[in-house]
Design a protein around this ligand. Structure first.
Ligand SMILES: Nc1ncnc2c1ncn2[C@@H]1O[C@H](COP(=O)(O)OP(=O)(O)OP(=O)(O)O)[C@@H](O)[C@H]1O
Length: 562
């Protein structure tokens, strides 16, 4: 059926086989297989080819066999161009597809001699569990046949590029060649040809084995490159013991960020790293519409800081923006939201730190931290430094003040004065406090704009309810929401959020306990007015009227006056 010249013109068996098959169907399958060689994993390709061979075993014409042989060559990933000749000539003599694959199986000598050897099966499963192979597996760095020592992974990568080239060759073969010219046109003695072929075949098989078989470790590392990391450092047999702790430290030192900006030259690189990872806020940007009410505060902020930060060329001289603003008022009224919104509107980097963490968490390093914070912010301009609870940093001086706290405070004032002194600097400090009366005079003087952020009025509360319910299934009308807004006089923005969360739990609580795990999301009923009425019993306002009086008084004395 398939003669050594590869000429099948007069082969009646081949013709008969060809007629038996549905040519289109078979060609489609082959095409899928050939495509899979380029796009799928080797294993996937092998499986596809296996099914092609299995189902169409009795209908291979020579032309189709040519195609399969070409595909098989691509599949096996030739180790080196010089082996192509031998490989093709040996494959061209095989007519039975199963034998053809057997021949292409990378196998050890022991397996090859074994009576029970079922190469095709192992080829499909890509395993060989004989002792020789297991031994080879444990020496996880096989030698390769090139002059330069390389590892298996590099070798495979190189072979992949050879493969691409080879696939191109194969396609040409399919279209233009009917003869296996490499194997048949050689003008040499047949016996010596056979011997040489045998030797070359052996060498080739061992090369294929090295490439096709990967150790478990190599396979694992190929799919998990990060697994290459080891605890501590890797050691040689004669190597000195290195503690993982020291190694980790050294590694950290090596990984230190390159200090590219002069302003960071004298700053502790670990602090820079910490600020960049923990203090720079990368949360969702806040828009003005997200902040309910507070219209006056918003318009002052827009005019005083947002526009100047966006157009520093216009806002010069007397129009130069303040370096710092203070937002004061009861807790949970949206001061942090405003800080975030300023940063988002100015497309600025938002640094958010709580002053109390400087005096507690960073006590001892607080001074350095302040210096580092301003230096990093200067490198990330435009930047907004938001300091929550600024009162705990800039309290009025007293005799009992802790030395460390006093030093942090002094450093803050020094940095604040030194910051944004250049014409092009775009740095804004936003301080927030619930206890403005505790701020010292120096702080008040520096935070030029002092804005009262009061409790939300009825309209703002209604807007907060509307915003929060927009993502929940509810059957509240506008009038219901307005009524709830009236009932929540004295609630802060944060209180309103708690109230809505509590009400949203109503429908869940009405689901019988036995169904809570399996119930369909759509079957949970909508949030109702009654849920809000129940929630109002549980969530009470957190700000007292007495406190409010103090804010109003301070606002009248030091505030912006609205
Ligand atoms: N005006 C508002 N508009 C919309 N939501 C608000 C408003 N005020 C408060 N909230 C809600 O309350 C939450 C807390 O607000 P935020 O942290 O800004 O308050 P704060 O004034 O900074 O509080 P604190 O003084 O306790 O730090 C916000 O995440 C938001 O959901």
């Amino acid at each position: 059926m398939y003669n050594s010249q590869g000429n099948n013109d007069s082969d009646p068996i081949a013709e008969e086989k060809s007629n038996k098959c549905d040519g289109n169907d078979f060609n489609t399958q082959l095409e899928i297989y050939q495509q899979s060689l380029q796009n799928s994993s080797n294993l996937a390709s092998k499986i596809i080819l296996h099914s092609v061979c299995e189902t169409k075993e009795d209908c291979f014409s020579d032309d189709r066999m040519n195609k399969i042989l070409n595909s098989a060559q691509s599949l096996i990933q030739f180790p080196a161009a010089q082996n192509i000749k031998t490989w093709r000539s040996s494959l061209s003599k095989i007519t039975d597809p199963v034998k053809m694959f057997e021949k292409s199986i990378p196998r050890c000598e022991k397996c090859a001699k074994s009576q029970n050897y079922n190469g095709f099966d192992k080829f499909i499963r890509n395993v060989c569990k004989c002792e020789t192979c297991l031994l080879e597996d444990s020496n996880d760095k096989p030698e390769v046949h090139t002059s330069k020592p390389t590892n298996n992974v590099e070798q495979i990568a190189r072979e992949k590029s050879n493969k691409q080239k080879h696939i191109g060759d194969s396609k040409t073969d399919i279209n233009t060649r009917t003869n296996w010219e490499y194997g048949t046109n050689e003008n040499t003695c047949p016996q010596s040809n056979l011997d040489r072929e045998e030797e070359e075949n052996k060498a080739h098989k061992s090369n294929v084995a090295k490439i096709t078989f990967k150790t478990a470790r190599e396979t694992f590392l190929a799919s998990n490159p990060s697994a290459k990391r080891v605890l501590g450092v890797s050691r040689k047999t004669q190597g000195k013991f290195v503690s993982p702790m020291i190694a980790a430290q050294e590694k950290q030192e090596k990984n230190e960020p390159v200090v590219s900006d002069d302003r960071l030259k004298h700053i502790d690189s670990k602090m820079v790293e910490l600020i960049e990872s923990e203090i720079i806020d990368k949360g969702t940007p806040v828009a003005w519409e997200d902040i309910a009410g507070l219209e006056l505060a918003k318009s002052v902020i827009q005019e005083a800081v947002v526009w100047p930060l966006l157009r520093p060329d216009i806002f010069t001289g007397l129009r130069r923006p303040p370096k710092g603003i203070l937002l004061f008022g009861p807790p949970g009224t949206g001061k942090t939201l405003i800080g975030k919104c300023i940063a988002a509107q100015c497309r600025a980097t938002f640094f958010s730190i709580s002053a109390s963490s400087l005096t507690s968490k960073w006590l001892g390093d607080g001074e350095k931290m302040v210096r580092a914070l301003f230096a990093v912010a200067a490198c990330h301009q435009p930047a907004v430094i938001f300091i929550d609870e600024i009162d705990s940093l800039l309290t009025q001086r007293c005799d009992s003040e802790h030395e460390a706290t006093r030093r942090i405070k002094t450093e803050f004032l020094v940095q604040f004065d030194g910051a944004a002194t250049g014409e092009d600097d775009r740095l804004l400090v936003v301080g927030a406090t619930n206890r403005p009366q505790e701020l010292d005079e120096a702080a008040r003087r520096r935070l030029v704009k002092r804005l009262y952020i009061p409790l939300p009025d009825a309209n703002a509360r209604e807007q907060i309810i509307t915003n929060l319910l927009s993502t929940e299934n509810n059957d509240l009308t506008r009038q219901d929401m307005a009524e709830i807004a009236v009932l929540t006089d004295g609630y802060s923005g944060a209180d309103m959020k708690s109230l809505c969360s509590e009400a949203a739990m109503g429908p869940i609580r009405s689901v019988p306990l036995s169904q809570i795990i399996n119930i369909d999301r759509d079957k949970v009923r909508a949030v109702s007015v009654q849920d809000f009425k129940n929630a109002l019993q549980r969530v009470r306002p957190s700000v007292s009227q007495d406190d409010l009086g103090q804010y109003v008084k301070w606002n009248n004395t030091y505030g912006q006056g609205f």
